[in-house]
Design a protein around this ligand. Structure first.
Ligand SMILES: Cc1ncc(COP(=O)(O)O)c(C=O)c1O
Length: 380
C-alpha cells in the first residue's frame, strides 16, 4: 500500500521545527538570507520558525516595531541592557526590581564598567535628580514591582528619561500586555518573562524583548546570537499555544486577585494585604489610571506569626503549591524573603518591606471560592 500524497497541508496549529540547522540549496541562497533579501533560517541560535512566529504575535500585542524571543526573562533583560550600554555608561534603576535584575546590574554589568544608580522610582523628583546629575543611558523599572506591587508611572518616567536623553526600559512581567502596554505610553523597550503569565502553564523558560526603534533590532539580534541567549523551539511552540488563552487567563486571574485581596484583608493572623487595587495601597490612584483593566494577578499578604506561621500555612494549604515562580494557570504561592529576594541584605529587605511573614500569591483562574477555601485551610 502506498502512502497518500497529502499535498500542501493547512495547519490549524503551527508545526514545531526542532531543527538546530537548516539545509540550503546553494551559496546564493545563503547570501540572500544573511543579507536579509530573502526570508529563511540557517542556524537556530540566530533564529528559527517557532521563535519568529511567537515574536511576531507578541510584537503586535506590545505594539512594538520589533521583538525578539530569548531563552529566559533574564535573557531578555540582558539583551536589552547589552544592546544599549557600554563600559562607562550609567543606568538608573528602580530600587524595587526582581532580585536577579538588581544583581545583573550591580554585580555582572558592574564588572564590565557599567555603573548603576538605584532610585525610588515612585519618587519622580529623585528620578529627575538621578537623571540630571550625570549622563544616563537607560532608566529601568517594573510596571508592577516584584514582590510588593508598587506601580511605576510609566508615562511620567518616559518623559523624564527622554528629557535627559535616556531611554526607558520596562519589565512588564507582572502586568502583562493584557493590562499594560508600556510602549504605547512612552517606554522605548519592554520585556516580559514568558515563563510567567504569558506561557501560563509553568512548562517553559522564555523571555521577550520589544522596542519602538527599528534601528536597534540588528544590535539586539547580534547580542542574542553572540551571547547565546536564543530560545528553544519547543518552548516557543508551547508559549505560542499559551498565547491563545492569555487574554482570558490574565483577566480571570486579575478578577480573582481583586476578590481574594478583599477576602484576605482583616482575617485573623493576616497583618497586611498588598494589592494595588485596594484603596490602602500607596499607588492605588496611579494604578487606576495606568491599569484601567485591573491590577493584575499578583498580591502579597503578611502573616503576623512570621516564618513559623508561613511554614504552618504552606503545610496546611496543600491546594496552593509553594512554588517560587508566578503566572501559573492555577494559584501558587512563594516567599520572597527566602526565594526571589533571598540574597538581598536584611537592611535591603527591611527597606522594601520584605519580612519573613510575607507570602506572595500568584492568583490563578480557578473559581474564586476554591482559592478562598484553600487560603482558609492555610490560615486555620
Ligand atoms: C518581574 C520579573 N522579571 C524578570 C524575571 C526573570 O524571568 P525568568 O525567570 O524567565 O528569567 C522574573 C522571574 O521571576 C520576574 O519575576
Amino acid at each position: 500500500m502506498s502512502s497518500p500524497n497529502l499535498g500542501p497541508i493547512d495547519h490549524l496549529i503551527p508545526p514545531l521545527y526542532p531543527a538546530s540547522v537548516y539545509a540550503l540549496p546553494d551559496l546564493d541562497a545563503l547570501d540572500a538570507i544573511y543579507d536579509g533579501t530573502s526570508p529563511g533560517f540557517i542556524y537556530a541560535r540566530d533564529g528559527h520558525p517557532n521563535a519568529a512566529r511567537l515574536a511576531d504575535r507578541l510584537t503586535k500585542l506590545e505594539r512594538g516595531t520589533w521583538g525578539i524571543v530569548t531563552g529566559s526573562g533574564m535573557g531578555a533583560i540582558t539583551a536589552g541592557l547589552l544592546a544599549l550600554v557600554s563600559a562607562g555608561d550609567r543606568v538608573v534603576a528602580s530600587n524595587r526590581l526582581y532580585g536577579k535584575t538588581t544583581k545583573l546590574l550591580r554585580q555582572e554589568l558592574h564588572r564590565f564598567g557599567v555603573k548603576t544608580t538605584v532610585v525610588d522610582a515612585s519618587d519622580l523628583d529623585a528620578v529627575r535628580a538621578a537623571l540630571e546629575t550625570e549622563p544616563v543611558r537607560l532608566l529601568l523599572t517594573e510596571t508592577i514591582s516584584n514582590p510588593l506591587c508598587r506601580v511605576s508611572d510609566v508615562p511620567a518616567l518616559a518623559e523624564l528619561a527622554h528629557r535627559s536623553g535616556a531611554k526607558l526600559f520596562v519589565d512588564n512581567t507582572f502586568a502583562t500586555p493584557v493590562l499594560c502596554r508600556p510602549l504605547e505610553v512612552g517606554a522605548d523597550l519592554v520585556m516580559e518573562s514568558l515563563t510567567k503569565m504569558i506561557g501560563g502553564h509553568s512548562d517553559v523558560t522564555l523571555g521577550f524583548l520589544a522596542g519602538t526603534d527599528p534601528e536597534l533590532l540588528p544590535t539586539v539580534s547580534a547580542v542574542v546570537s553572540t551571547w547565546g541567549l536564543a530560545a528553544n523551539p519547543f518552548d516557543c511552540w508551547l508559549a505560542d499555544r499559551g498565547l491563545a488563552t492569555l487574554d482570558l487567563r490574565a483577566r480571570a486571574a486579575t478578577a480573582n486577585a481583586a476578590r481574594v485581596a478583599g477576602w484576605l484583608a482583616g482575617r485573623p493572623g493576616v497583618s497586611r494585604v498588598v494589592y494595588p487595587g485596594r484603596p490602602d495601597h500607596p499607588d492605588h490612584d496611579l494604578a487606576r489610571r495606568l491599569l484601567p483593566d485591573g491590577c493584575g494577578h499578583m498580591l502579597c499578604f503578611e502573616l503576623a506569626g512570621g516564618r513559623e506561621a508561613v511554614n504552618r500555612f504552606l503545610r496546611a494549604a496543600t491546594g496552593i503549591p509553594f512554588s517560587p515562580s508566578l503566572g501559573h494557570v492555577a494559584t501558587t504561592c512563594s516567599h520572597p524573603d527566602t526565594t526571589s529576594h533571598r540574597y538581598d541584605s536584611p537592611a535591603e529587605k527591611r527597606r522594601q518591606g520584605i519580612t519573613d511573614g510575607l507570602i506572595r500569591l500568584s492568583v490563578g483562574c480557578e473559581p474564586a471560592e476554591e482559592i478562598e477555601a484553600e487560603l482558609a485551610k492555610g490560615l486555620s
